[in-house]
Design a protein around this ligand. Sequence first.
Ligand SMILES: Nc1ncnc2c1ncn2[C@@H]1O[C@H](COP(=O)(O)OP(=O)(O)OP(=O)(O)O)[C@@H](O)[C@H]1O
Length: 234
Amino acid sequence: MLRLEAVTIRNDDFTLGADLAIEPGRRVAVIGPSGAGKSTLIEAIAGFRPPERGRVLWNGRDITAAAPGARPVAMLFQDGNLFPHLDLTANVGLGLDPDLRLDDRQRRQVREAIARVGLATLEGRKPAALSGGQQSRAALARVLVQGRPLLLLDEPFAALGPALKAEMLDLVAELVAETGATLLMVSHDPGDARRIADQVVLVAEGRAEPPRETAALLDNPPPALQAYLGETGA
Ligand SMILES: Nc1ncnc2c1ncn2[C@@H]1O[C@H](COP(=O)(O)OP(=O)(O)OP(=O)(O)O)[C@@H](O)[C@H]1O
């Protein structure tokens, strides 16, 4: 269980409040207007933005002051962050050890993660020799290999076309179902939430709201969400 207890996060003159809990194994979409604080929320959970007030708890353990690497968290950023000079095996291996000193077991884990995302024949390729969808799969393999119980995705597939995005969302859903991980995914597209998320955290007007069931929330949106859904034409 992830718990944000009376948390306030500040970016200069912007503040975001959050008092919410995410149950284990849930798939949660984080949606809301541009600039509302979705990335800020995810980065605070990942440990890149320490809260000004409040506590972040994982299974009752206070991780508010823990460094990003010491958290139960793996994060996939918007651009995937693949290193252009490294091949696929090395890019995924970085998820296990930034110095790439991998033992046999870790090398096997890397191969398995690459195979699981469907790239087994492309292990020696560098990112430039992979398509956009394959690069997304590679970035996902690096997150997968870390075996962390909490996956944070910040609009990871925004650059992909609709069919490829749907395919990647389905793959993410399969992977978290297999591993039992909890998923928080920022998205601008309410369709993504309907496709993959059983719950939605709405970030608007300076607050991240407690999660609500996706269909119930999107079918009967509160005013802050109505305005946003109007913007996106959903
Ligand atoms: N490093 C920073 N320093 C100061 N202010 C920041 C910083 N990063 C973000 N902000 C501000 O914090 C607010 C929330 O930004 P954030 O990126 O979390 O929003 P978002 O909901 O993810 O937006 P988008 O949907 O456009 O990506 C914005 O007003 C932004 O300008």
